[in-house]
Design a protein around this ligand. Structure first.
Ligand code: ATP
Ligand code: MG
Length: 555
């Protein structure tokens, strides 16, 4: 990554700087620990940029570790997508991909150690009773009748659990901590439960699975993680994290630090809700360009650099807040404004016939970028029939309308000045064809007699342009916080996808999927990475040229 992306500091980097200065650590090791139960979203990108970014900047390492302790909700499709998304964002993990399940044998050993120390016991209350005994935030819990079993008894029962002799829900292993703790997580948390399910990594080897809190801290320690960064909802769990590591024999003591989650307006971020959108076919898959998944953003035309830039701009703090969608959009707009080649496309075409153009097709030079001559030029065909945008022509209009009007002149982008003379309409009064004359003396220069031509419109040649489908996206939800609605699915914006059939200039024939182009005057687009075919091109609008959100929000 370039120097331009040098990251600003934040409270976690300050802690790391201090730890290094004090010699507490000599090398920094972080990890990104997704649960493979869905595709990654923009919230994960924040965590990825933080963890991998720190490793890069401190010449440390960042592990990718799948937190796979819930086999029933997980699957290998998610594992593959997560790896792909992390790499696409521009990061790479240290060594092999890791799985919490790599440590199941060791975790089992540590559970035995806790039992032997009298710090864990096999519980036989039902899940409902466990909940009831746990107490509430205002009332202490009470001790389970099984809490005082002997070490031998617990060892034998835990072995029975492992051997599959307990049904699900009939026994679990609990840490023996403090049923009166003000922190609910410390009220004898469950460490292991019985689950007769196949695991995508360990197959049918286990019928007991360790809980997240027990697994996470030990996995961190086994991997030599120095700074374990997670979101604020794990703040209380830090007590359990530290308790486990203090009470087992392990020589590394990672520290957990919490930062606030990313929340974005007009979207949902939890994988459970994203999964519901996919399952109920409210969107077209995890990579639907309206989804704020990494794969959806990628398909929409977001660049990895624009997502990294966004994560940098929002920063890392402990304050909970909600970011406006326009901040994300402005990152990709800034990137594409600088880097996307220009091209012309007409999304809602009407025909313009140039009656005095009789010399066939003429190939005109057009710059690929207005301020970056090094991006070169391309040739666009100009002929007697071209397509222009329906909204770029009116029979009559006031002076504010700087496009084509009957008896008035306008410049065709990268080409000549034309003057509209008359038009045809269909039975419903819709304009079908406009007839004009062009001034052959205006290529790349103003009319010689000093006539002023203010407006410029885009166009494509009717016989050489390629038909194309354009998918225009709007926000997926109509309310700023859909997650708080009773039924968030009901707040979906029915107009979040609009499809138009039009034309692109022929140079777009071989445009690679996902690469951003600015279609002049209409927005930034890319070829859809799934549905586009050489003879049936499909383009996604990544973002409009200007911020239309401010208007919508009435700001
Ligand atoms: P979700 O609620 O979407 O399922 P999660 O936290 O359960 O999210 P994990 O797969 O467990 O998802 O997350 C992997 C890492 O990404 C965790 O360290 C988590 O804290 C972080 N993360 C998840 N969502 C966000 C977010 N919105 N903002 C910042 N970090 C996030
Ligand atoms: Mg989770």
């Amino acid at each position: 990554m370039s120097d331009a992306e040098a990251r600003p500091t934040n409270f976690i980097r300050q802690i790391i700087d201090k730890d290094l200065a004090e010699g507490k650590h000599t090398a920094i090791v972080t990890r990104f620990p997704p649960e493979p139960n869905g595709y990654l979203h923009i919230g994960h990108a924040k965590s990825i940029c933080l963890n991998f970014g720190i490793a890069q900047d401190y010449q440390g390492e960042c592990n990718l570790r799948f937190d796979d302790t819930n086999p029933e909700k997980e699957n290998v499709e998610y594992v593959a997508s997560i790896k792909r998304d992390v790499q696409w964002l521009g990061f790479d993990w240290a060594g092999e991909v890791r799985y919490s399940s790599n440590y199941f044998d060791k975790l089992y050993g540590y559970a035995i150690e806790l039992i032997k120390k009298g710090l864990a016991y096999v519980e036989e209350l039902t899940p409902d009773e466990i909940r009831e005994y746990r107490g509430t935030l205002t009332a202490p819990g009470k001790h389970s009748p099984y809490r005082e079993r002997t070490v031998e008894e617990n060892l034998a029962l835990f072995e029975k659990m492992r051997a599959g002799e307990f049904e699900e829900g009939k026994a679990c292993l609990r840490a023996k901590i403090d049923m009166a703790s003000p922190f609910m997580v410390m009220r004898d948390p469950v460490l292991y439960r019985v689950r007769f399910v196949h695991h995508h990594q360990t197959g049918d080897k286990w019928c007991i699975y360790p809980m997240y809190d027990f697994t996470h801290c030990i996995s961190d320690a086994l991997e030599g993680i120095t700074h374990s960064l997670c979101t604020l909802e794990f703040q209380d769990n830090r007590r359990l994290y530290d308790w486990v590591l203090e009470n087992i024999t392990i020589d590394c003591t990672p520290h957990q630090y919490e930062f606030s989650r990313l929340n974005l307006e007009c979207t949902v971020m939890s994988k459970r809700k994203l999964n519901q959108l996919v399952e109920e076919q409210l969107v077209n898959g995890w990579d639907d360009p309206r989804m704020l998944t990494i794969s959806g953003l990628r398909r929409r035309g977001y660049t990895p650099a624009s997502i990294r830039e966004f994560c940098q701009r929002i920063g890392v703090t402990k304050q909970d807040n909600t970011i406006e969608m326009s901040s994300l959009e402005s990152c990709v707009r800034d990137d594409l404004n600088d880097n996307a080649p220009r091209a012309m496309a007409v999304l809602d075409p009407i025909k313009l016939v140039i009656e005095n153009k009789t010399d066939g097709v003429e190939w005109l030079d057009a710059p690929n970028h207005p301020n970056q001559p090094e991006m070169g030029t391309r040739q666009v065909p100009f002929s007697s029939e071209i397509w222009i945008e329906r909204e770029d022509f009116r029979e009559s209009a006031n002076k504010k309308y700087k496009r084509l009007v009957l008896d008035k002149e306008v410049r065709l982008r990268n080409a000549y000045v034309v003057k509209a003379e008359r038009c045809d309409k269909d039975e419903d009064g819709n304009i079908t064809t406009v007839y004009c004359r062009y001034d052959p003396d205006t290529l790349g220069k103003d009319p010689a007699d000093g006539r002023k031509v203010k407006g410029v419109i885009h166009w494509v040649s009717a016989d050489k342009a390629l038909p194309a489908e354009f998918r225009l996206y709007d926000r997926l939800f109509t309310v700023p916080n859909p997650a708080s609605a009773d039924n968030f699915a009901e707040t979906i914006n029915p107009e979040s996808l609009q499809v138009q059939q039009g034309y692109v200039e022929p140079s777009m024939q071989n445009a690679p999927a996902e690469k951003g182009y600015q279609f002049e005057r209409t927005g930034y687009f890319c070829v859809d990475n799934k549905d586009s075919q050489p003879d049936a091109l499909v383009f996604n609008r990544t973002v409009s040229l200007r911020d239309t959100w401010a208007k919508i929000e009435g700001k």
